[in-house]
Design a protein around this ligand. Structure first.
Ligand code: UDP
Length: 461
């Protein structure tokens, strides 16, 4: 195509599953199916929008919060930080750094972001480490150690280490700690993964490096391990100005619904998740079917990754079988660059579901809460940190529980709306990018000794 863009609209049952498709379930013989319009999502990622400025956050978090950030940054002005990870694009860490680094620089804390390099053999090893740190099997042979350490050495030779603070994200650059000098520089290991049950061989290899750090930062108390250094808790966060979370014009929300054949005059119940059994999409359909005996609603199951992940494709097949030929179940297989569409789907929803059986933090929950939606979610992983039962949403433990809550919330809209309002406040306080900036500023102050404990006042002990 002349503009280099095209849309994919292949549909299951009539050919291969295409990304950007509304997955249509073949109709039973003699049953006429309502035709859904074909979606119009570009098959190539759009250019990223420019990074927001601090002042852009004022309408969201309020001027006093921004003043806090500027105040905290004052004592750090001119200090230098280097953040290091293993990829510039793709994945949550790159997404966070894309926003965090410009904001730190705007606060005049001079922050550089560098990406380590390595061959396929290096990334195969680090992928093996990653899976093993989540509990999988991996043999740390001499060859594995040599690959990991030789690329570490190459990166050490290539990079300069002259900043005040070095932050290494995840295991890939962890051994760069070998460049630590006794006379300057403080080192932080920012671990984004769950280390609660690591493969002992891989952890045994990495731990001596981690123990040399001055601080470690985890995303949940449950993810951490005993270490020689102090540990800090930084929750994952979302950016309220990103494509996924920014306010949208009503016309955009409507357009996306029109594209996907969603009827907004009736309740919309949505789960956005990769097609993964641990997200329990089949359980969501079962809960919807139970609830539908009592209340009218449509179910939207939007996910991605099913085209290039064989397990995802199998789960999508199971989902379609469970959906049978219900015209009110809308299954969407979205490409990775569907941020606006996901944003619109979340905003168009009456309820958001995240019925996971296992979960990391559950960013889809954060995103749903941020949009002021009542959320029904499985009580697993980081979800209970976000969904405080009956205050910022409701927690469920079963298909029946989920069905009950769908029915209850759809028939108690005032209560549901209150949960949504509370949920948004909870995210604003704890899980926004600006909260994360504040935590980094505080940690830098602690590490660089710019924050001194107050001496007790006269008469106080
Ligand atoms: N997501 C997406 N496309 C999809 C499904 C999910 O972009 O088809 C996004 C979703 O909006 C969220 C992230 O991927 O930002 C999923 O994060 P979460 O922590 O919920 O689950 P994970 O997939 O990391 O287990």
């Amino acid at each position: 195509m002349s503009d280099g863009k095209r849309t994919q609209d292949s549909m299951i049952g009539n050919g291969p599953v295409g990304v950007g498709s509304v997955v249509s379930v073949p109709a039973a013989p003699g049953v006429e199916r309502r035709q859904r319009p074909r979606p119009k999502i570009s098959s190539t990622p759009p250019a990223p929008p420019p990074a927001p400025r601090l002042d852009d956050y004022a309408p969201i978090i309020g001027q006093p919060e921004l003043d806090d950030l500027r105040f905290l940054a004052q004592q750090l002005r001119g200090k230098t930080v280097k953040m290091v990870n293993s990829t510039a694009v793709g994945g949550g860490v790159a997404e966070i750094l894309n926003r965090l680094v410009p904001l730190m620089n705007e606060l005049e804390v001079v922050t550089k972001w560098e990406v380590i390099t390595g061959g396929n053999d290096f990334f195969e090893v680090t992928k093996g480490f990653h899976n093993a740190l989540h509990g999988g099997e991996y043999a740390v042979t001499q060859a594995v150690k040599d690959i990991f350490l030789s690329y570490t050495e190459q990166n050490r030779q290539r990079m300069e280490f002259s900043e005040d603070v070095f932050v290494m994200h995840d295991p890939q650059p962890a051994a760069l700690i070998r460049s630590k000098r006794s006379d300057r520089g403080r080192w932080v290991w920012r671990c984004h993964i769950d280390l609660s049950n690591p493969n002992p061989e891989v952890w045994g290899f990495l731990r001596p490096f981690v123990d040399q750090y001055d601080a470690a930062v985890f995303s949940s108390p449950a993810f951490s391990r005993q270490l020689a250094c102090p540990q800090y808790l930084f929750y994952p966060c979302i950016d309220p100005l990103s494509e996924k979370n920014k306010d949208l014009e009503e016309s955009m929300v409507q357009k996306v619904c029109d594209d996907f054949g969603i009827d907004r005059s009736r309740p919309v119940v949505t789960q956005i998740s990769r097609f993964d059994r641990l997200k329990d999409p089949v359980g969501v359909i079962q809960a919807y079917k139970l609830a539908r005996k009592y209340v009218d609603c449509q179910l939207v199951l939007a996910g991605g990754g099913a085209t290039d992940d064989p397990e995802g494709a199998a789960v999508l097949q199971e989902v379609m079988e469970e959906a049978d030929d219900d015209p009110d179940i809308i299954i969407l297989n979205l490409p990775a660059w569907s941020a606006i569409e996901i944003n619109a789907l979340q905003r168009a929803s009456t309820l958001i579901i995240q019925k996971s059986l296992k979960e990391g933090f559950g960013l889809t929950v954060t995103e749903g809460l941020w949009k002021g939606k009542p959320v029904i979610a499985g009580a697993v992983g980081g979800i209970p940190t976000q969904v405080i039962h009956k205050l910022t949403g409701v927690l469920v433990h079963s298909v029946e529980g989920c069905a009950y809550q769908i029915r209850y919330l759809l028939t108690h809209p005032d209560y549901a709306a209150q949960l949504g309002r509370n949920g948004r406040e909870h995210v604003k306080e704890n899980f926004l990018m600006t909260t994360s900036v504040k935590r980094w500023l505080l940690l830098l102050q602690i590490l660089l000794g710019t924050t001194k404990p107050h001496p007790p006042e006269e008469g106080q002990h």
